[in-house]
Design a protein around this ligand. Structure first.
Ligand code: BES
Ligand code: ZN
Length: 615
């Protein structure tokens, strides 16, 4: 009866095909997702949930609308530490389901049996105590210290710890949500948000433009709002609202600059959310609700280039979709370029030149270190068996920026802008691995003379810069270098022309003088005059403290402790803990402080520092 089986198979196949349900076939594999999108895609989410601060738990129902690309009797979702209470199909039909044995950071595949006609699956679940994508803060850990706060962080593979989903960056879904939170608190999501607090504690959201799971975001707390204009504003705790509004008030002209370059912003609104101090990144491009770290409020708008970066994602995320976290660089590559173009428009070319020179300085430092400590500066790494949340590094960004600038100098700014604009306007938004992207654009973007194979390999697969890389000097930094070299010879800083220097000139100065040995007394004199240890700019403070630790100027240890106690940004914490750890005299402080403050850190920051300290 073998032929009968075949006949049934062929008929079933034809049936699914004729149904017109097939779309994105041949989605490349993703080593960090169990989902099988070439069979079934979850295309729309209806999410109903309640947030319980006492239990530190979200209890929810996730209803997924399915789209079939092939005949399938099972749909697979990614989960991490979720308790599944029940699963239903369509109009409340029961079905068989199973959670696989969990695998380290990947979590467990949730396999749900489908009927041939199934269109929707409803998953009733609760989050676990180790939800890596959620941080529950006690009132004490917030700026205002009156109410608890919850925020999610999805990138890279953390959303599965609070939503059963097909957790791969290539896959996108639209959603609507109904959420209930304790009265007196406000909920916001990566969707169109209401300005007003709802006394009932009930909020509803909708985002019709499909987003990847890593951009599904939620925050709950005593959150207030102040508008910039009719389509932008800022959400923050009360005591931060006014400062945040002042600091980020150039969001509307930034959006207009980006729109002049690349067309209309894809969202009808874009609001900023200022997170509590433990937020582990500088910023996060959640659609319609850009997350920013409170440390970006430097007091002088000197860190708003990060806002330009997150804003740039609104355009760059429409160029292509990265197939997996191995291809993450494709996403940040275009983002960094668009960020740079926005900065050029807003601040002028000399400022953008400084940013680039600093980028290249850090990149070369990281490349030199990569040879000894295996810190990856490889853009397209192999990540099978590795936790992407622990390997994505600052060096990736720096190399992307250098690569993009090389491309700009070969192609010309106008051509590159036009290419980007065209990709966005065409709206194809294809899924790409590094290879498919490079192959597809071999004769356009990556014309062979720019991208011969050894050059391509240096950019993508090696800890090197290619032989044809041109370093672009910054005119403003040329004079900083001159000052740095005279200071190194023993001149008093008061006799040197540093008037009018921005934070970035000082950062460059501190990097430039870091050769040989520096007498701690001279660092003391420098700090007394310039006040680095008291600066509102965390980037400057971080470079300064690294220099102090390297040259045994330990009078600043209390300030350093203050910084690791009150900053949650992983990049800054890692730089400081590394500097503490590399100096035999301050190793104990590294361990003691980590021990004392790790509870304040976000799980991803905590794991990265623990890894660094060998814990
Ligand atoms: N999406 C990233 C942050 C991110 C990357 C989170 C990888 C998790 C894993 C965001 O767009 C970003 O790049 N933030 C940077 C700022 C930027 C100016 C380099 C940051 O937070 O440092
Ligand atoms: Zn980014």
């Amino acid at each position: 009866m073998k032929w009968l089986k075949w006949l049934i198979f062929i008929l079933a196949w034809g049936f699914v095909g004729c149904n017109g349900l097939n779309q994105d076939k041949n989605i490349p594999g993703d080593p960090h997702s169990f989902s099988q999108p070439n069979k079934v895609l979850a295309t729309h989410l209806h999410w109903e949930g309640s947030v319980d601060f006492e239990r530190k738990q979200i209890q929810a129902k996730a209803s997924w609308l399915l789209s079939y690309a092939a005949a399938a009797d099972t749909v697979v979702f990614d989960t991490y530490g979720l308790t599944i209470d029940s699963v239903r199909l369509d109009d409340n039909q029961s079905t068989f389901w199973k959670l696989d044995v969990p695998q380290a950071f990947l979590g467990s595949a949730l396999r749900i049996a489908l009927k041939p006609s199934t269109q929707m699956v409803h998953i009733y679940y609760r989050t676990g105590s180790q939800a890596r994508g959620l941080q529950w803060l006690e009132a004490q850990q917030t700026a205002d210290k009156q109410h608890p706060f919850l925020f999610s962080q999805g990138q890279a593979i953390l959303t599965r710890s609070w939503l059963p989903c097909q957790d791969s960056p290539a896959l996108r879904f639209s959603f609507d949500a109904e959420l209930s939170v304790p009265p007196g608190l406000k909920a916001v999501m990566s969707a169109s948000n209401q300005a007003q607090m709802q006394p009932s504690g009930r909020y509803s959201f909708s985002n019709k433009k499909p987003i990847p799971s890593y951009l599904f975001a939620l925050a709950v707390g005593d959150i207030h709002f102040k508008a910039f204009d009719e389509r932008t504003g800022v959400f923050a705790e009360k005591s931060k609202l006014e400062q945040a509004w002042q600091e980020f008030a150039n969001l509307p002209p930034m959006i207009r600059a980006a729109e002049r370059l690349y067309g209309r912003m894809p969202w009808e609104r874009l609001d900023l959310l200022v997170l509590p101090p433990s937020f582990p990144f500088g910023g996060m491009e959640n659609p319609m609700l850009m997350y920013v770290a409170p440390s970006l409020i430097a007091g002088d708008r000197s860190l708003t280039n990060l806002v330009a970066h997150e804003l740039a994602h609104a355009w760059s995320d429409q160029i292509l979709r990265h197939a997996s976290w191995e291809d993450f660089w494709l996403n940040e590559f275009f983002t960094n370029y668009i960020e740079r173009r926005i900065i050029e428009e807003m601040e002028g070319p000399a400022y953008a030149e400084m940013m680039l020179a600093l980028n290249n300085l850090e990149l070369e430092r990281n490349l030199a270190q990569a040879k000894t400590n295996h810190q990856p500066t490889i853009l397209a790494p192999k990540l099978l068996g590795k936790d992407p949340d622990l390997v994505l590094s600052a060096a990736t960004y720096q190399k992307c920026t250098a690569f993009m600038m090389q491309l700009e100098s070969k192609l010309g700014k106008k051509e590159l802008d036009q290419w980007i604009k065209k990709q966005i306007a065409e709206g194809k938004n294809q899924i790409h691995t590094t290879n498919t992207f490079v192959d597809q654009h071999q004769n356009s973007l990556f014309a062979t003379n720019v991208f011969e194979s050894d050059i391509r390999d240096a950019w993508l697969y090696q800890n090197e810069l290619p032989r044809n890389y041109e370093r672009k000097p910054s005119a403003r930094f040329a004079s900083v270098e001159a000052v740095a070299s005279i200071w190194q010879q023993g001149e008093d800083i008061r006799n040197l022309p540093t008037g009018g220097w921005s934070v970035y000139e000082w950062i460059y100065f501190l990097r430039a003088v870091n050769h040989g040995q520096i007498d701690p007394q001279r660092l003391h004199a420098l700090d007394a005059l310039i006040g680095f240890s008291q600066s509102g700019n965390v980037e400057l403070k971080s470079v300064w403290f690294q220099l102090c630790l390297q040259h045994h100027y330990l009078e600043v240890l209390p300030e350093i402790e203050n910084m690791v106690a009150n900053t949650g940004r992983r990049k800054i914490l890692i730089a400081i803990y590394k500097a503490l750890w590399n100096n035999p005299i301050t190793k104990d402080e590294a361990l003691l402080w980590f021990n004392n403050y790790q509870q304040r850190y976000h799980p991803v920051a905590r794991s990265s520092i623990a890894q660094l300290l060998g814990k």
